[in-house]
Design a protein around this ligand. Sequence first.
Ligand code: NIG
Ligand code: FE
Length: 422
Amino acid sequence: MRLLLLNSGPVATLANGDINSPLTGIEMSNAEALVLEGCNGILIEDEIISKIASSEELANEFGTEDNAALRVIDCQSKAIIPGFVDSHTHLLWGGDRANEMQLRHDGLTYSDIAKSGGGIQKTVKYTRNISKDRLSKLGMKRISRAFEFGTTTMECKSGYGLSVDSELKLLQVNQLLSELTPMGLHSTWLGAHDVPKGMTMEDYVDELIHIQLPAIVDQGFASYADVFCEPGWFSLEDTELIVKAASELGLPSRLHVDEFVDGGGLALASELRAISGDHVGHSSSSARESASKSGVMQTFLPGTPYILGHDLTSPLKQCIDNNWAFSLASDFNPNCRTVSIPFVGSLATHRLGLSPIEALVAVTRNPATTLLNSSDGQVCGSIREGGPADLLILDSEYIDAWCQMPGDNPIYKTMKSGKFVN
Ligand code: NIG
Ligand code: FE
């Protein structure tokens, strides 16, 4: 089946240079190289973009009327951008923690709430007792919401099980969802999210390395390993042990680091050649420089400090000025309940000084380079001939609109693998 998109507005292709590498510095700002102004037509054949040209040329070649083998869509000058790649989510969990905002207003920190029985442990209690069927229904609902907001590829972590069986259950449901829905899902094992009740840190790290990890590798659904490396949770030493054990069994890592303080997590991620260091709100400039030199993606999750009531201080402009590769993602979790990448884009542009095109690169092309082993082997995050047909038609003639409707939705149509999914 052929699908012909005609009469679009500008198309943000983001496809210049080597698409296996992230863009950095002024490459992220250079709208002239990133946006096609003259070509306002796209031909899609099955799951692939087969031609990008002027609408006139495509209309001459293929016609403008629907027929048995062709569907024609008039884009009415609406802008087109690549589907969003949300490279950090905690998709599956049960329960509800909406009570925690009032606790924060009463003066409790994230750590205080965790110690008083809320936080991750509370979600673990609910998630362990939830059936696979219920979890997959929750996952489907969240994925369809993410499609509405333009996400076409999503990393999803376990981490609310904290036992072999329940971590395997979460990864199994991730796998099921990747078969039941068209979302491009990439699974990460986050057994090292917290220490389960009744265990010591030492015993749990031992269980993670010697029992959970081999079982997860044997199951074969997780592509990455993650550790919540932060003072009060997993130490640098334990993180290193877990990351090295995972790496020996073939799982590269993407790590939670320096979320609340500079605990040296990003520096360690660089030393260990992790794929990505995530949160990184408090990392030092020297750690950022090392990350850049070691090819470690810095992934900022500004929705989380926003929701926790912290100052928004992520040094995104500094990343541009220093040519440090970075991405932005949602961190969807029970504490940060939004799958909206346009909302993250609003924080990055309205509050953190990025231009809309810079922020767009950070939610598409750049995170895509950290998720290369997708099932279809295609690099997503850009619009190019021969690339996957994952794209968004915006409800505006301007590309810049993608991040300028906080609380509303700038996405008119989401296409995943050549099919509309919203
Ligand atoms: O990335 N910080 C660690 N993990 C999650 C939050 C977990 C939770 O509060 O449930 C995060 O923000
Ligand atoms: Fe997270």
